[in-house]
Ligand binder design. Sequence first.
Ligand code: PLP
Length: 284
Amino acid sequence: RTVYVNGDYLPETEAKVSIFDRGFLMADAVYEVTSVLGGKLVDFAGHTARLQRSLSELEMVAPCTMDELLAIHRELVARNDLDEGGIYLQITRGAAEDRDFVWPDPEKVPAGIVLFTFAKPLVDNKTLDEGIKVISVEDQRWARRDIKTTQLLYPSFAKMQAKKAGAADAWLVEDGFVTEGSANNAYIVKDGVIITRQLSTEILHGITRAAILRFAREAQMQVEERPFTIAEAQAADEAFVTSATGFAQPVIAIDGATIGTGVPGTISKRLREIYTEEMRKAAI
Ligand code: PLP
């Protein structure tokens, strides 16, 4: 693969970053994952808007403009001949001279930037036909989950617990209510109403979530943005999760309890179809 690191396009085996990079030492970094469909970028505007927000919340200065970022994404798609998959982008606070909790002056220490592509089937994916099983795990992440940082140890830990329990993913629970999935937003459907937690600092503002809710409302589906419990989810007719590279994925069991009839629900499947169709049209 050809990757991008701090201004250069390089073979992945030659790309290097400093051991003093604060992304490496302190997870002092933000990231985005944009999916690629038919060689085009899905909802790039949404991802850059969220990236700018993550940067500004952490007083980080982007190393380039969003137009330049678009050009880098496109160049990587072309150089890697990528048809379907995604692009990972990470911006770190750079490599200061020493390890210091105090942020370095951005005028003296420029941000670091890394991008790489990955191929992955997004549209045809076996788990979509079967649905996934999830378990619930206490949400022990920091309280600013609206900022997309690379502090992913807890979500990774939660996902490992799921794996050990024979499930594909974990739904995180705080004060008795589901916040979101380890790397996706969580939804249930009851009596035709799509229920998902409202936006706040407690969850990541999913780019796919925004699009899915917009398409659901345009299709005259009812949407309620509010917290729900695991018990409510287990009694729901359907459940699903959304993320940039997963689109909408059906969930068929939570903590061993079957959701609905144990097969992907019709609303989840319909939303996935609409999303795939619309995003293919709108990709740039
Ligand atoms: N929630 C969390 C915690 C995530 O890590 C992600 C994606 O990585 C999402 C939600 C879904 O966000 P998006 O739809 O923008 O990919």
